[in-house]
Design a protein around this ligand. Structure first.
Ligand code: ADP
Ligand code: CA
Ligand code: CA
Ligand code: CA
Length: 415
């Protein structure tokens, strides 16, 4: 099977492929960033690597995949990278393999289309407007502030900015647009979802939901807590599952997530969804039709339920039934993910505290993507995540205490 633009440092997709018994052709960027560089020793299950520029030369990339398929037929094509979801869906259709429809692959990538469909389906939707250029900012001035300005097809919170009053709206819209020009190619010819969304700020807790679908049936595996980020920029900090939830909130989350799969047309494969509360009501922020967190959602799901989340992702992509599909989801542990905080900007001299954390028996794995010598640009620019601490716990409270301790001990030092 072909795996598109998977960061080699994030091992869960590769390990899932191995468990599902498939060989992987890793399709990678011709010029990878430091946090995506190919190691000398290939990750598990990878039998071959193929550099393809899927955004700059889509036609060439599709032709290369067709040639690959001719040599040794692909059983599936998969990605965990949100921006590569439409390309991957197109490649799967071209080869007659299971995958998302074109419509669905756009609806999960373009936040304007996503909002439109959720609203039409009667799901919870904050007041919002779509902007096709920075000069359109005035159409957002009637929303109730605070609002959030974000790229229509962005990722990892790039450019996402809170605005507290109508007076600051124009300045923020223009600066978010500039970030989009620099990092998403706005104003260029090959950009797919050029535009912004402005929507009301949802002030409640944030949650992440990991689900699998198979033949139209949705199975929610975990609902995890993501903190209560207040902005103006939204750096991710923690992820712990299963989150303690009141029955009202849990019901609202299940209803919105199930409804969103139907509204967006996601019938097969994994989804990684983010939502926030307003009171006890859950509002979807986005649904990615892929394994979340570059594959790390597997760590969360597996720690909580024991399910083979990435393995099942490959099984579904090959048209097979996930393992234990008819068994209920059973929560038997707590999974946690800590995002090493950037805490500044400049050239990194040291990331302190990670080797100490690695010695903790609750720590399953540490992934370090940036190293001394690499550069972190100041917010709202994007340099990639420095690293993560993955752990397992007997209780949610223990995971919370562990994360509080990491807040004290893990620090990036800059030149
Ligand atoms: P991205 O695709 O870049 O991750 P998101 O829509 O997920 O964009 O936004 C990133 C983060 O910004 C969210 O995880 C959330 O913390 C915050 N955010 C986005 N939209 C809203 C909103 N309407 N209200 C409150 N917070 C929001
Ligand atoms: Ca996203
Ligand atoms: Ca997000
Ligand atoms: Ca996220």
């Amino acid at each position: 099977m072909a795996l598109v633009y998977q960061r080699p440092g994030m091992p869960w997709m590769f390990e899932g492929a191995r468990r599902a018994g498939v060989d992987v052709v890793l399709i990678h960027r011709p010029n990878p960033r430091p946090d995506e560089a190919l190691p000398a020793q290939l990750p598990p299950a990878v039998v071959r690597t193929l550099p393809l520029d899927i955004f700059g030369d889509e036609a060439g990339a599709l032709a290369a995949i067709e040639a690959l398929h001719g040599e040794r037929p692909l059983a599936a094509i998969v990605t965990a990278l949100d921006v590569a979801v439409p390309f991957t869906a197109r490649a799967a259709r071209m080869l007659g393999l299971p995958g998302l429809s074109e419509e669905t692959s756009f609806a999960v990538r373009d936040k304007r289309e996503m909002r439109r469909r959720l609203e039409q389906a009667g799901l919870n939707t904050p007041a919002y407007v779509g902007l096709s250029g920075p000069e359109d900012w005035k159409v957002a001035a009637d929303l109730v502030f605070p609002v959030v300005v974000k790229p229509a097809g962005g990722f990892t919170s790039l450019g996402v900015t809170r605005v507290d009053s109508a007076e600051d709206l124009e300045t923020t819209v223009r600066s978010v647009w500039e970030v989009c020009e620099r990092y998403l190619g706005y104003g260029g010819s090959s950009v797919q979802f050029e535009g912004l969304v402005v929507e009301e700020y949802l002030d409640g807790d944030e949650y992440c939901i990991e689900s699998l679908s198979y033949q139209g049936q949705v199975k929610i595996h975990t609902i995890g807590y993501k903190g209560r980020p207040e902005g103006p920029y939204f750096e991710e900090k923690v992820y712990r599952a299963p989150a303690p939830l009141s029955p009202e909130v849990e019901w609202s989350i299940i209803e919105q997530i199930t409804g969103a799969h139907a509204a967006l047309g996601v019938t097969d494969g994994p989804t990684h969804s983010e939502l926030r509360l307003r009171g006890d009501d859950a509002y979807l922020l986005e649904m990615g039709a892929r394994v979340g967190a570059s594959g790390a959602s597997h760590h969360i799901v597996e720690s909580v339920t024991g399910a083979d989340f990435t393995g099942d992702t490959f099984r579904i992509a090959m048209g097979r039934e996930p393992l234990g599909w008819n068994d209920p989801v059973w929560h038997r542990g707590t999974g946690a993910m800590y995002f090493v905080p950037v805490g500044g900007s400049g050239r990194i001299t040291e990331i302190a505290g990670l080797s100490e954390a690695a010695a903790d028996p609750r720590v399953d794995r540490i992934v370090q993507l940036l190293h001394p010598g690499d550069r972190i640009l100041p917010y709202p620019e994007y340099s990639g995540y420095p690293g993560f601490v993955f752990s397992r716990h007997d209780s949610y409270e223990d995971a919370e205490q562990f994360h509080d301790a990491l807040d004290e001990s893990v620090v990036i030092h800059y030149e």
